[in-house]
Design a protein around this ligand. Structure first.
Ligand SMILES: Cc1ncc(COP(=O)(O)O)c(C=O)c1O
Length: 374
């Protein structure tokens, strides 16, 4: 056994670790120590066959209930899935069966919707963005008046910029026109509800939850809740959506199945419940305040060095204007630093996750200065 582990360790050494402070472009982070213990307890569980793992299934239901509380939904129906991609795919399955195949979504939408398009033969209509990189709701309103639209997707915390689409306006349009509304809060779901007052701006509408006319929301524990991968969340308004998702699974302990994965891990659900219980609202507020404080430390340091941000950070995501963003990103990687790039603007993209400390920010800025000096 020792020999195998030694061999595996040599491969693991090739990976970059979050703790080294060089990963600046990921929406995942070091997992919480409590999660490590929970994983080992639930490692053998399979939520694909929940009749065998009744305790784990109960934990998934409890996790969904707590996610419902965050999202202001008293009767949530949903699952802890493999990530934001699966959450979005499940929502798109429902839209297609319930309403039809034409979906309008912002240009900032995550590429998981392109996978949904291919798999389900969807017709995706990309709405342009406003100057503030939000979906242009005027365009959406005009479009639904002129054409048949079955679903709208709004993003609460875009992957690129951390911007928040005006979900309230989208929900009004959806209601008036009997259109399905899905909100992708894969990242923002664990940030927006916990943002401290000092980081909330008057001009931004932060409401994205079920207090509005929303059908489903993606919210991922393996991003800002610090759960191990895979742990995504998909929450529907209520259990009436079940009939669009379930297929017969005659040889299992429960004869219906809704998720895309069949055999699926139970530790994601256990960790989601465990960490939500551990953090509580106060703990999550503290975590979000810490990353927001660091985001603004980063912003001030960058501006002092003459770099310009594309927009004032809304969440813990920074976009640095750069005409040669792809080239800069490549050079930074050669020097051992890993931000990423925006694709709807010429900008470097940085996600200030909990593993990024002030000293890592200082180091990054020195390397960025060097790269830009060349
Ligand atoms: C807004 C948004 N939705 C969906 C996803 C996809 O999530 P995953 O990579 O967990 O499938 C991401 C990932 O970054 C995201 O930012």
């Amino acid at each position: 056994m020792g020999r195998v582990i030694e061999e595996l360790k040599r491969f693991r050494e090739l990976d970059i670790k979050y703790s080294e402070g060089r990963i600046f472009g990921s929406m995942c982070s070091s997992i919480h120590p409590l999660a490590k213990e929970i994983v080992s307890l639930f490692l053998e569980t399979n939520l694909g066959d929940p009749g065998l793992f009744k305790g784990t299934k109960l934990l998934e239901e409890k996790a969904v209930k707590l996610l419902g509380e965050i999202l202001k939904n008293k009767e949530p129906y949903g699952f802890i899935v493999s990530g934001g991609t699966e959450g979005n795919l499940l929502a798109m399955r429902v839209v297609k069966k319930m309403k039809g195949r034409t979906i309008i979504l912002p240009k900032t939408a995550h590429f998981s919707f392109e996978k949904a398009k291919e798999m389900m033969d969807l017709n995706l209509v990309y709405a342009p963005l406003t100057k503030g990189y939000e979906i242009d709701v005027r365009f959406v309103k005009d479009y639904v008046e002129d054409y048949k639209v079955d679903g709208i997707v709004g993003i609460a915390g875009t992957t690129e910029f951390g911007t928040i689409d005006n979900i309230e306006k989208l929900s009004e349009i959806a209601k008036e026109n009997d259109i399905y509304l899905h909100v992708d809060a894969a990242f923002g779901g664990f940030v927006i509800p916990f943002l401290p007052k000092e980081y909330r701006r008057k001009e931004i509408n932060y409401t994205f939850d079920f207090s509005l006319n929303v059908d489903s929301i993606t919210i991922d524990p393996h991003k800002m809740l610090l759960c191990p991968i895979p742990a995504g969340g998909i929450i529907f308004k209520n259990s009436s959506y079940k009939r669009y998702l379930e297929v017969d699974a005659p040889y299992l302990t429960e004869t219906k199945q809704a998720t895309i994965l069949g055999t699926r891990p139970g530790f994601g659900a256990a960790c989601t419940y465990g960490l939500l219980r551990y953090f509580g609202e106060e703990g999550l507020k503290k975590l979000v305040k810490e990353v927001m404080d660091r985001t603004f430390y980063f912003k001030e340091r960058l501006e002092r060095e003459g770099f310009k941000l594309l927009l004032e950070p809304i969440l813990n995501i920074i976009a640095i204007e750069d005409e040669n963003h792809i080239e800069t990103c490549k050079k930074l990687k050669e020097m051992g630093y890993y931000p990423s790039v925006c694709f709807n603007a010429k900008a470097l993209r940085i996600v200030v996750m909990p593993h990024i400390r002030e000293e890592h920010i200082d180091n990054f800025i020195e390397v960025l200065k060097e790269v830009k000096r060349d």
